[in-house]
Ligand binder design. Structure first.
Ligand code: URA
Length: 204
């Protein structure tokens, strides 16, 4: 049953995937949601930023990162010349708000995981940036501190993945903002490296 559901999701196109998320009742989070929060942005983006799950503002509006943390994320994107909707896609590990903004439970993230996996497959980003520990944990399938994961090119099913702090954490810990800035510079350099490799390959 579980495998069949996953296999069906893995075949979906964008329209089917959006409809499946909108109607999903696979975990308890559906019971308390106002809106599902599918994700937003360029469906052919090179960059994908992934957070943990919708908060109250996102639940109300149906779009990811639209609250205070979202405004900071938009500024972080602008710092590396990205703009919501232009060459960047923003999504979350879970598509429904965990009540009281608690972290998603492992079984909730697990049930939602095929949705995110299919989104990533359809977008085929060149680089994924995991925002915060919950996103990193779920995408990398291992628990580790952000400090130990930052500054490294990690891997999500063959796609390079970097980790930085969650914008909501940065709002509470202003001293970490400089580290997030370092991470964004590292991300930009990493992406520039991919572009340079492509130019060299195309010239050969
Ligand atoms: N925090 C997240 O992880 N995702 C959102 O969409 C909003 C806040």
């Amino acid at each position: 049953m579980r495998d069949a559901r996953r296999a069906a999701i893995m075949q979906m196109d964008w329209a089917a995937l959006k409809a499946a998320v909108a109607q999903c009742t696979a975990c308890v989070l559906h019971a308390t949601r106002t809106n599902t929060v599918f994700g937003v942005g360029d469906e052919n983006a090179d960059w994908m930023f992934i957070g943990e799950g919708p908060g109250a503002d996102e639940d109300a509006l149906g779009d990811p990162f639209v609250g205070q943390a979202g405004r900071l994320l938009d500024n972080m994107l602008a710092a590396i010349s990205l703009e919501r909707g232009k060459n960047v896609y923003i999504a979350n590990v879970v598509k429904c708000r965990p009540p009281g903004n608690r972290n998603p439970q492992p079984d909730e993230a697990d049930r939602c995981e095929p949705h995110l996996e299919r989104q990533i497959e359809l977008i085929r980003p060149k680089l994924i940036v995991a925002l915060g520990r919950v996103a990193a944990l779920n995408l990398l399938d291992r628990d580790a501190s952000i400090a130990s994961l930052r500054g490294r090119v990690l891997d999500y099913k063959g796609i390079p993945l970097l980790v930085t702090y969650h914008p909501a954490y940065l709002l509470r810990s202003l001293t970490e903002k400089a580290k997030a800035w370092e991470d964004l510079c590292f991300a930009r350099k990493t992406m520039e490296g991919f572009h340079a490799q492509n130019v060299i390959r195309n010239d050969q």
